[in-house]
Design a binder for this molecule. Structure first.
Ligand code: NAP
Ligand code: F7E
Length: 342
């Protein structure tokens, strides 16, 4: 019998890569999508429309992580071997605008799934993966963060995800559910949402190169992130649930770049030399004498996580996981995708 996986957040960046990975491994993949007034399945349409076997193994259900009735009903009906909770209001800046909704979806969403596993007596059958985040480290307490680094979240998103992290551990210990947390650092791809900084930079610089856009407006250029490729990180999610016991794992590359350095990597691959002039909000990036990058107050957050870099040696040792795609290769793939669109 084929294993059954259920993915909440199947229409997102990670949901789409994880679906592909699980289908290749022979799973039947059930995904939960939200009803929306415009199409929100672009990232998985290529799977759904595949005329071959893969289609029959990929089944979508309507649902919402804020609706415990439907969460419970879907879990009971499918009785999955593995559940991946990737559903979230995942934008940190937006979480300051919609903190209550973010808490409902990102914190209580995990609880709703865990309660359904417990209530339907699936504790011995269903494994649970919670999509935790480096944003929980917030204003960092250690220069390099690992599984033992204390959390110190500074956004409504980070606080909500911390609840989900601890409730996952609580249900593991209290009810013996195989419930594991990934603590994933930033991961990107051509399928990244348009308003996250890497996608925004790559898309805009490609358009500027093609003279279809004049200026890219950004916020904090000095924040540093540890960026990997979503495909590698989704493979890690699966490995986390295949480990012999439930546990928590940091997934990261161990390399860190600032937003400004990321811009320079992208612009150098596009053969565009950038010169920086000015300070603070007035800092600008010039190309061929023209200001193509500028700052806009609206892209600054009330509080920003400045400095993240992860140590994934536990995952390397126990799960034999290592990232395969480096930042330059990731940028190359993202540029290629944008150029093909233009
Ligand atoms: P994403 O592209 O924003 O995808 C989020 C998914 O959640 C989408 O399918 C979205 O559906 C769904 N969703 C949002 N609210 C929902 C609700 N109320 N009910 C049901 N589904 C809902 O995020 P991602 O980058 O793939 O990240 C996947 C997960 O990992 C998220 O939980 C995120 O917080 C976490 N994470 C991401 C990163 C990263 O760097 N990418 C790092 C650490 C952790 P729609 O398509 O309808 O919007
Ligand atoms: O911002 C700065 C911004 O929105 C990265 C999510 O997947 O990763 C992601 O959260 C940095 C921040 O990612 C703009 O201030 C400057 O310092 O791409 P981002 P994030 O906030 O790190 C974590 C691990 C998650 O879990 C989240 O779900 O870039 N920045 N200028 C900007 N950021 C954005 N979005 N837009 C700008 O114009």
């Amino acid at each position: 019998m084929k294993k059954k996986a259920l993915i909440f957040g199947v229409t997102g960046q990670d949901g789409s890569y994880l679906s592909e990975i699980l289908l290749k491994k022979g799973y039947v993949v059930h995904g939960v999508k939200r009803r929306s007034s415009s199409i929100n399945t672009q990232r998985v349409d290529h799977i759904y429309q595949d005329p071959h076997e893969i289609k029959r193994n990929f089944i979508l259900h309507y649902g919402d992580i804020t609706d415990s009735t439907v969460v419970s009903k879907i879990i009971k009906e499918i009785s999955p071997d593995e559940i991946y909770n990737l559903a979230a209001q995942s934008h940190v800046a937006v979480s300051f605008e919609v903190p209550e909704y973010t808490a409902n979806a990102d914190a209580l969403g995990a609880l709703r799934i865990l309660e359904a596993i417990r209530f339907h007596k699936l504790a011995k059958k269903t494994k649970f993966y919670q999509a935790g985040t480096s944003e929980m480290f917030g204003k960092i307490r250690e220069k390099i963060q690992n599984e033992n680094t204390p959390f110190n979240p500074i956004s409504p998103y980070g606080v909500a995800k911390q609840y989900a992290h601890w409730i996952t551990i609580n249900y593991r210990k209290a009810y013996g559910i195989f419930a594991s947390n990934g603590i994933l650092f930033n991961h990107e791809s051509p399928r990244r949402g348009e308003t996250f900084v890497t996608k925004k930079i790559v898309a805009a610089l490609c358009k500027i190169k093609l003279k279809k856009q004049k200026t890219l407006f950004l916020g904090n250029l000095y924040a540093k992130r540890d960026w990997g490729h979503a495909k590698d990180y989704c493979e890690a999610m699966w490995k986390i649930l295949q480990h012999k016991k439930p546990d928590d794992f940091v997934i990261a590359t161990g390399k860190q770049y600032s937003i400004k350095e990321f811009i320079e990597i992208v612009s150098s691959q596009l053969n565009m030399k950038i010169q920086w002039r000015g300070k603070g909000i007035n800092e600008k990036g010039y190309h061929d004498g023209k200001p193509i990058i500028a700052c806009d107050k609206k892209y600054f957050r009330p509080l920003d996580v400045e400095d993240l870099i992860g140590n994934a040696s536990k995952a390397a040792k126990i799960l034999k996981w290592k990232p395969k795609i480096n930042l330059k290769q990731l940028v190359k793939e993202m540029i290629q995708y944008e150029m093909d669109l233009n």
